[in-house]
Write a protein that binds this ligand. Structure first.
Ligand SMILES: *Cc1c(COP(=O)(O)O)cnc(C)c1O
Length: 232
């Protein structure tokens, strides 16, 4: 068996075990294979194995790889997005995980309108108030959502967060728990283009804890493709 296939099976098994613990159907967990720095050939191997969603953090990389990827996966933009780059990916990605400003929303809305599509987005929340991370503060979320509701070509489908890396995974559990609370609260808001469907949290180091705390979308790179080589 190919090592990528073996790794994917491992991740799927971990997802199943975590779901069993919390009485959840594993089919509810959306696994996004994070493919940044990974060459198209290896991405295609993962897709052949059954991966349906791939996540990139750079616009440039999506552009370079787009025509080399087979199997027609869903593309996720998971990294910070600059307004001046929206135009390059507006027709390529299925979900933008990193909406964190009204200025960016305006640009996404404008570009989506131009090609007559609705862009699905997640709001990135900086749950740990980590200065090194993007995302809006949890205190700002209500006002932010209210403003977003005026954009007709944007559909808010949930929330995303990146928590600080910690060796002791129990230390990140409270952040995930808090995200889940915010997510559940927002399900009650009745703006037309807001539909809280996805809670995107958990990476290689902590996806099991994230699932236990209510994540239904996880973004996993290293556990599937091995350590990334940034030198290439
Ligand atoms: C790189 C990245 C991941 C995946 O990280 P791994 O630790 O390799 O699983 C997930 N989310 C975002 C936003 C990333 O940039």
């Amino acid at each position: 068996m190919d090592i990528i296939e073996e790794n994917i099976n491992n991740v799927l098994e971990n997802i199943e075990n975590a779901c069993e613990k919390i009485n959840k159907n594993p089919d509810e967990i959306n696994l996004v294979a994070v493919t940044k720095t990974i060459e198209p050939e290896r991405i295609n191997t993962a897709l052949k194995t059954g991966i349906k969603n791939i996540g990139e953090n750079k616009v440039q990389e999506i552009m370079e790889k787009y025509d080399k990827i087979n199997y027609n996966p869903h593309w996720h933009l998971i990294g910070h997005l600059q307004t001046n780059k929206v135009k390059y990916i507006i027709d390529k990605v299925d979900l933008i995980h990193s909406l964190d400003s009204i200025r960016l929303a305006e640009e996404i809305n404008k570009r989506a309108k131009k090609i007559n599509r609705i862009m699905n987005v997640l709001i990135q929340i900086n749950i740990a108030d980590d200065e090194a991370k993007f995302g809006i503060s949890h205190n700002e979320i209500d006002g932010f959502i209210k403003e977003l509701s005026k954009f007709e070509n944007i559909k808010v489908e949930g929330l995303m967060t990146i928590v600080p890396y910690m060796d002791n995974k129990e230390k990140v559990r409270p952040y995930f728990r808090k995200m889940k609370e915010i997510f559940e609260d927002l399900k009650n808001c009745d703006y037309e283009n807001i539909n809280m469907k996805y809670l995107s949290m958990g990476m290689t180091n902590d996806y099991i804890v994230a699932i236990e705390e209510g994540a239904n979308m996880i973004r996993v790179g290293t556990a599937i493709f091995g350590e990334r080589d940034y030198s290439k």
